[in-house]
Design a protein around this ligand. Structure first.
Ligand code: SF4
Ligand code: F3S
Length: 104
């Protein structure tokens, strides 16, 4: 499966949503997650994300984010249509410490 990671927080560009063939993105207030049981590992979203926030779960160190994706994909609503990114998305891109800003 692929995993949405820290840099999505407050960037939320949503380009990933338009390309996923199985619509397995779920939307929280300031980030999206991927449902690990629904992702078919096509890899299309990885290069589509302007924030480079998506990686395969085989990437070392992503265990925590995989768990978070699995947890919130069960409770957040499914998102299938891309909307505009937040107006300050670019300012947040690459900022350290965004994990603390995660909104469940
Ligand atoms: Fe969707 Fe493919 Fe990305 Fe999985 S890897 S979330 S199936 S676009
Ligand atoms: Fe987030 Fe990148 Fe999608 S910033 S919403 S994972 S395009």
């Amino acid at each position: 499966t692929y995993v949405v990671t820290e840099n999505c927080i407050r960037c939320k560009y949503m380009d990933c949503v338009s390309v996923c063939p199985v619509d397995c993105f779920y939307e929280g207030e300031n980030m999206l997650v991927i449902h690990p049981d629904e992702c078919i590992d096509c890899g299309v979203c990885e290069s589509e994300c302007p924030a480079e926030a998506i990686s395969p779960d085989s990437t070392p160190g992503l265990e925590k984010w995989l768990a978070l994706n699995a947890e919130y994909a069960k409770v957040w609503p499914n998102i299938t249509l891309k909307r505009d990114a937040p107006p300050d998305a670019k300012e947040w891109d690459g900022k350290p410490g965004k994990e603390e800003l995660f909104s469940p």
